[in-house]
Design a protein around this ligand. Structure first.
Ligand code: SF4
Length: 492
């Protein structure tokens, strides 16, 4: 190592892969050394979905190759841990990194003496979000989002929302359409780097995920051209005819740095200005990026490190067998969603919330086990997004700090919003008896089990009061015991 030429070491975590942001924005190609570390602990420390691991590693190796080609001095190190990799450099120059995206990584790097610069992979500085959150009685995303629209001047004219409304959600809740053909998702050719990574990992990747900046940009273009118009209306639908519907499939690239939120929003607004895209689709997408995504990241840092460990409903069931093997259930919705996840490490937000998280919530699955499972299996699962998303939104383990009521639903709700029930052995309308839909049974059983907690919650009182109208509560409780046992055994 030519120490004499190196003024600074710029450490690039695998989710900061962008030449224009983070420490690379001010890099000096002549005197800075850029370092990426592929740690064995990262590769083998958890039971990662192979597609996720492939995506992260191949993207990082492509990025390192692009930096070299652009004239940077680059070290791509394989080491036991990140810190071992930094130690192995053996040079005394100071190490810089943009603020990492988890408490744990921040602590490890800080302890080793790494200096941080502000993380600009998001549109909202952490301090700015904290100032907003500190003033709120409840952390309603919609309030934050409207403030973001004004602060960032996106789809705003003279302080008012373009089109006349801040939010078009009421136009965007259509169920699965009949006889409608969704576009095919973009397919990516695998290159030498991809194939080498796949071989080392002992897996065969799908063609769904880009692993370089250029291919991530083509994914953005594909979304804007082919899916943006229909994004809004079918945002919450699920259908058997398409796994991707009109979803952007951009979250993996936003979360590992290949794309930046600013350029994604600019591309979408530019398309809107061309006059061919309805405001309800553009607004819905912009809300996801400048509202929801920024809000979740801000809340992760605002709520603190201990938030991850909360278990307000004392949920202690071990992770269900169906989460690790889609064949361990007769529930068509759960089996189909887990099988989709096994295939490509991604399902959209409605199956995540309505099927997977709902099942974990209603069965009383341990929040930390479920959180770890989500982290391991989704291609876009960063710590900052999954912790509030699971602990707060998904399984209500935070006793309502993030969301005032749990997102619990029975079979009739799933039947209304998806096509799964048509091919299922269970009946979504039944709550007791052996043909009863497990979701319907467990929904009422969940309200019954947590009756004392939720009767004080004014947003839940109507649902809890519904228990009084159930003439078959004793039978339902018996069936719930059978369902929980069957799910534990992988037979329901
Ligand atoms: Fe899922 Fe129940 Fe519908 Fe079957 S009947 S697909 S278990 S919601």
């Amino acid at each position: 190592m030519q120490e004499i030429l190196i003024n600074r070491v710029l450490y690039i975590p695998f989710d900061h892969l962008n030449q224009s942001f983070g420490v690379l924005a001010t890099a000096n190609k002549d005197s800075d050394l850029v370092v990426l570390i592929e740690s064995k602990r990262m590769l083998t420390g958890r039971n990662w979905h192979p597609e996720r691991l492939f995506f992260l590693v191949s993207s990082a190796r492509h990025f390192a190759a692009e930096l070299l080609q652009a004239g940077f001095k680059v070290e791509y190190i394989k080491a036991e841990t990140t810190i071992d990799g930094l130690k192995s450099l053996g040079i005394s120059a100071p190490i810089y990194c943009a603020e990492p995206s988890s408490f744990r990584q921040s602590a490890q790097l800080k302890e080793f003496g790494v200096s941080f610069i502000p993380n600009d992979f998001f549109l909202t500085p952490r301090t700015l979000f904290s100032e907003w959150a500190a003033k709120q009685k409840s952390f309603v995303m919609e309030n934050f989002y409207r403030a973001q629209r004004q602060r960032l001047n996106i789809l705003v004219e003279a302080g008012a929302p373009e089109g006349g409304q801040w939010n078009y959600d009421k136009d965007n809740r259509l169920g699965p359409p009949k006889n409608y053909v969704f576009p095919e998702p973009l397919s990516f050719q695998r290159d030498e780097i991809d194939l080498a990574v796949a071989k080392e990992l002992g897996m065969t990747p799908t063609s769904y995920w880009a692993t370089s900046r250029a291919s991530a940009l083509s994914a953005l273009e594909h979304f804007v051209e082919h899916n943006l118009t229909g994004f809004g209306p079918y945002e919450d639908a699920s259908t058997n005819s398409s796994w991707s519907l009109h979803h952007s499939l951009l979250s993996p690239y936003l979360n590992n740095g290949l794309l930046h939120a600013g350029e994604v929003v600019d591309a979408v607004v530019k398309k809107y200005r061309s006059g061919n895209v309805p405001i309800q689709s553009v607004e819905a997408f912009v809300r996801q990026v400048i509202g929801w995504r920024e809000h979740i990241n801000g809340m992760y840092w605002f709520l603190g490190e201990e938030y991850r460990e909360l278990n307000g409903l004392s949920a202690n069931r071990r992770i269900l067998p169906v989460f690790t093997d889609s064949k361990k259930t007769k529930m068509n919705c759960v089996g189909s969603v887990v099988a989709d996840l096994e295939s490509r490490a991604w399902v959209h937000h409605i199956p995540r919330l309505m099927i997977l998280s709902n099942l974990a919530l209603l069965t009383g699955t341990n929040p930390q086990q479920f959180l770890d499972w989500m982290r391991e299996n989704f291609i876009d699962a960063a710590e900052w997004v999954m912790v509030p998303n699971v602990i707060g939104m998904g399984v209500h383990a935070d006793s309502g700090r993030l969301m005032t009521k749990p997102y619990a639903g029975g079979g009739s709700y799933i039947s209304r919003m998806t096509e799964y029930c048509k091919g299922c052995s269970y009946d979504p309308k039944l709550r007791s008896g052996e043909n009863a839909c497990p979701f319907t049974t467990l929904y009422w059983d969940f309200l019954d089990r947590h009756h004392e907690t939720f009767k004080k919650n004014h947003r839940m009182s109507q649902q809890v009061n519904g228990l009084k109208r159930l003439s078959d509560l004793p039978e339902l409780r018996e069936r719930a015991k059978e369902v929980l046992l069957g799910l534990d055994q992988g037979t329901i």
